[in-house]
Design a protein around this ligand. Structure first.
Ligand SMILES: [Fe+2]
Length: 309
């Protein structure tokens, strides 16, 4: 696949209640690599195998949740073209200045109909993964510290008007719909899994009355064994676990959901399949949603539908 335009989720800024407790959690328990702190007090992390400066930004606040998320685009020409297309479709954009996020170029920011703040950007300093680009070993010590996910993989966001979000992602940003869940009556889409790549999802939305909510940030693990090891580390550190280890029917991802110390849900996951844009969208009916969520247990976990930040 020749990837152009929007490449991948590049960063997410979340609010945490106690910064140093959260720095300990994401650094020592999750095993992310701290890469910087800025004059606003924000702390920056990356997963060990990510090349760019950061993928997770923590901001201390009295309320948990998500401030914004950003997708990296191929280059500045792509950024300008996508900004024009957004404006042509009636989406207001603003430019965030280079350096507002550490080591990051200008970002094109806009509001989604679901109440989330999204950004596109082309430039972020490549700091590498600690391995040489010539004759690298497959892993290093950073891949063994804590849970140590490979990368930020996707987010699931809750909010209203996801049908309008879908238009922006499909018609402007060139994502495709990989899977969906229909309402009880079958006449509306209540959950959407969208991809801009070969991944089973780069972002997902669930219809929900409150705008701008975070359901989870997902981190990719190398293997099912690494997901189980993540579960061991969660238990060793008294991390509050929501669901799993189990497998989703939807996306076929193998997963554990848990909460960070502020109550922001995160996922450690692996697996899924590799869709192409010409694949037919997979549809789940409402009565099969319990299997879609937890395939072995066929259980519609109450927390999945109700607990968001
Ligand atoms: Fe997920």
């Amino acid at each position: 696949m020749a990837m152009t335009g929007v490449l991948r989720p590049g960063h997410v800024q979340i609010r945490v209640l106690d910064l140093e407790e959260s720095v300990h959690f994401y650094g020592d328990v999750m095993g992310l690599v701290e890469t910087g702190r800025d004059s606003d007090g924000r702390v920056y992390f990356k997963c060990w195998d990510e090349r760019d400066h950061h993928s997770l930004v923590l901001r201390e606040s009295d309320q948990a949740g998500i401030d914004f998320f950003g997708f990296k685009v191929l280059d500045n020409t792509s950024l300008e073209q996508l900004e024009v297309r957004l404006k042509e479709h009636g989406v207001d954009t603003t430019r965030m200045p280079a350096g507002d996020l550490l080591e990051t170029g200008e970002r094109v920011r806009f509001d989604l109909p679901s109440g989330h703040v999204m950004e596109l950007y082309a430039e972020k300093t490549a700091v590498g993964n600690g391995l040489p680009s010539m004759n690298p070993s497959p892993w290093n010590q950073a891949s063994e510290n804590g849970i140590a996910p490979v990368r930020l993989d996707h987010m699931l966001l809750y909010g209203p008007n996801i049908a309008e979000n879908k238009k922006i992602f499909e018609d402007i940003l060139d994502f495709f719909l990989v899977e969906r869940v229909l309402s009880e009556g079958g006449d509306a889409e209540v959950a959407l899994w969208l991809s801009c790549s070969h991944k089973v999802h780069d972002i997902a939305f669930v219809e929900h009355p409150e705008p701008g909510k975070l359901h989870h940030i997902s981190f990719l693990m190398d293997s099912w064994e690494k997901v189980l090891r993540a579960g061991d580390i969660m238990s060793m550190n008294q991390v509050a676990v929501d669901i799993g280890p189990t497998r989703h029917g939807i996306t076929r991802g193998c997963t554990i959901y848990a909460w960070d110390p502020s109550g922001n849900r995160f996922e450690t996951f692996m697996g899924g399949y590799h869709p192409y844009p010409d694949y037919e969208t997979i549809t789940w009916t409402w009565d099969s949603f319990p299997q879609g969520l937890d395939y072995p247990q066929r259980k519609l976990h109450e927390t999945f539908l109700t607990v968001v930040t």
